[in-house]
Design a protein around this ligand. Sequence first.
Ligand code: GLV
Length: 322
Amino acid sequence: MRPKVLVTREVFQETLDYLARFFEVESNQSDVPLTPAQLAERLADKDGALTVLTDRVDAPLLAQCPKLKAACNIAVGFNNFDLKACTERGVMATNTPGVLDASTADFTWALILATARRVTESEAWLRAGQWSGWRLKQFLGADVHHATLGILGMGRIGQAVARRARGFDMTVLYHNTRRLSAEVEKSCHAAYVGMDELLARSDILTLHVPYSPATHHVIGAKELTRMKPGAILINAARGGVVDDAALIEALKRGTLAAAGLDVFENEPRLNPEFLQLKNVVLTPHIASSTEVTRRKMAMTAAENLVAALTTGKPPNLLNPPA
Ligand code: GLV
């Protein structure tokens, strides 16, 4: 009998066709998110799952899925997985590192430029029929070129963002749990600084840390008050890394000039106060969403699932002890 797998949300046809070569595939192509109870019910007899970042794979779920051997996330982030619980249950967990770095870095730049140059705010104003003519002081923004870019979290995506800053003649500072080698720092034209210095000197601070208890509200009220007055904050990493309520206060007070946000606490029910603010650019968690990259992410996850259930050695295994 062929192993049984569940694809929890809509994917591309090629992903389904590939999985069907190895498995009996059940899939949720109607794309209505499964509740935890529905997920448990549909995974009860499955050997593997292709999951997305809104599926919680934790101890209560795993207790109801005795046959499950692999959960393969279509995302680089894996904070929807309780890795300890997966390991305890012998469930291999995987993610999709690498394939989305460049697209996510590009999108970070879209947020940086849109936020600093007030692209969405001025477009909304124009669409609302409010443009009566050119004015010298219309929508004055902040220069990106020659500004200081701060990067918190200098993994693959942070580094790709740094490399793109060269074209804007920026000074690039970064902070990371460990300092990068001199060679990588040179290739990124980035200087390592402590957290306080990063906050104090960055005109634009962009976040590229994974979400975990250690990074929960890593940018909170205290950090926001330490940021350079008039700075811009960009978050295309994960909701929860920023304390959204504290950010809203800082934006209202004007201590921060603006924020560009692709991720939020409690997605998709973001804090409604964001919608009242003009100095924010808000996008619905789409930083990796290009046609090519999302296809690569789905296929990478599928390849992990095939390897997990056929060889026990998926390329992007997150919990080797499992
Ligand atoms: C998207 O947010 C991802 O983690 O891949």
